[in-house]
Design a protein around this ligand. Structure first.
Ligand SMILES: [Mn+2]
Length: 436
């Protein structure tokens, strides 16, 4: 067995609750069953090479097979789930093998050498996933009906103990990578070498990470989704921002740390400390019933206090928020739901499916719901010097409240983000990210 017996047992309990929840959702929407497609990697145009690939979340919700392609899972209430497992005879590749784990006994497993879907019995079926209309029509199934998709998305919002255990494990592995990344930076490594140190310590290949790791040295730390890995070490070491995760049985970690380099200013070190403390205060207050939007707004107020307290703005915290100054220093949301997708489903919807959009002045906020026990989410306040966002303030009235000399002194450090992954419990919360 490739998994601990306690996790295997939790997985079986997870399947039991999933069977019940699917039964209710299918009954409520009048379906005989649903066929979930794993998806498959896309071939580049005019080429025989494929892009990296993520298996569909609703498929992974049942089976811990990230990376599996051309597989189908048929769910019918009261019957054993049918897994059509694609394992072609192929001497070019190693044919995939199912792990030897107890969950297999709960499924009817049908090995397939063809990519085609299983035949559907009589009844009203939906097919969910990256499937074309022709295939769905041949199956006689409704393709990605929205109401059912929304209902199944909602089942992923509150995590079972199995899912929390997987997310905790993903966090532990990612964290080992973060420590190695910091060590590599302290030893003078280039961004690419920091990335490689991260991958080695977290034991994963680059194509398996849940999202492209962000390894930003100096000004690159201020590029929110910085996408390159410089090959050459920098001369001056101001800062390192690493936003990087791990995928365990499909479940994603999403952790960010920012470290001061040898040449960092004292103010930047104080700001890292300040953002870290701000982040911990926000985490300390997490419990069911809180509005995530209110927490996001609190982040801005406390960021205003941090800017005022360190002489980066001359105005009050409230004035910094009101004039949009804090939004220029932190244009992203406080965080998002986390699970089988790094930005997990249903963050901006109510349980009944009605939408709960982000407010106009915080369009990037990915989670607008009230917190509930079982939700896993990130808390990731940031503070950056982003020239494109600060430039318009220079000539505006708000610009008079900004101490530009100090901002310029921070610019070579790029920015700061501190991000942990937290599960909401019935009486509070549990931080899944190891302590630094
Ligand atoms: Mn995140």
């Amino acid at each position: 067995m490739t998994v601990s017996s306690s996790l295997a047992t939790l997985h079986l309990q997870h399947l039991t609750s999933l069977e019940h929840a699917y039964q209710q959702a299918l009954d409520a929407h009048g379906y005989t069953g649903v066929l979930l497609y794993s998806g498959h990697a896309r071939v580049h145009f005019g080429d025989d090479q494929t892009a990296s690939f993520s298996t569909y979340g609703h498929f992974l919700h049942w089976v811990p097979l990230p990376g599996s392609e051309h597989c189908w899972l048929l769910i019918r209430p009261g019957q054993r789930p049918l897994l059509r497992w694609y394992a072609p005879s192929d001497f070019w590749h190693l044919p995939p093998e199912l792990p030897d784990e107890p969950w297999r006994d709960r499924f009817d497993i049908e090995p397939a050498t063809e990519t085609s879907p299983p035949q559907l019995p009589k009844g009203r079926f939906a097919v969910l996933g990256d499937v074309d209309g022709e295939t769905a029509a041949k199956l006689g199934a409704e393709l990605n009906p929205e109401a059912l998709t929304v209902a199944l998305d909602e089942l992923r919002v509150r995590k079972t103990p199995y899912e929390v255990a997987c997310l905790r494990k993903a966090n532990a592995r990612a964290f080992a990578g973060h420590l190695a990344a910091r060590e590599a930076f302290d030893a003078g490594a280039a961004e690419l070498d920091i990335q490689l140190a991260y991958l080695a310590a977290s034991r994963q290949r680059e194509s398996a990470v849940p999202y492209q790791n962000i390894i930003g040295v100096n000004r690159h730390a201020g590029v929110l989704h910085y996408q390159h890995y410089d090959l050459h070490p920098v001369q001056w070491h101001y800062s390192l921002l690493v936003d990087a995760g791990h995928r365990y049985r499909g479940y994603c970690a999403d952790i960010t740390r920012t470290w001061a380099g040898r040449e960092a200013s004292e103010l930047f070190e104080q700001l890292i400390e300040g953002v870290t403390r701000l982040q911990r205060r926000l985490i300390d207050s997490l419990a069911p019933g809180h509005s995530y939007l209110a927490l996001h707004e609190r982040m801005h107020r406390e960021l205003g206090e941090l800017l005022a307290g360190h002489g980066i703005v001359r105005c009050s915290a409230d004035a910094a928020v009101a004039q949009g100054i804090t939004r220029a220093f932190c244009p992203h949301g406080l965080g998002h739901l986390l699970g089988l997708q790094v930005h997990d489903v249903a963050g901006r919807r109510l349980a009944d499916g009605s939408s709960l959009p982000a407010p106009a002045d915080h369009p990037a906020l990915r989670l607008t719901r009230e917190l509930e026990a079982g939700m896993v989410l990130t808390i990731e306040p940031g503070c950056y010097v982003i020239p494109m966002l600060l430039a318009p303030l220079r000539d505006a009235e708000a610009g008079r409240d900004i101490v530009w000399e100090t901002v310029e002194s921070l610019a070579p450090h790029g920015g700061i983000r501190i991000e942990d992954n937290v599960v909401i419990t019935p009486d509070g919360h549990d931080n899944l990210t190891p302590k630094s």
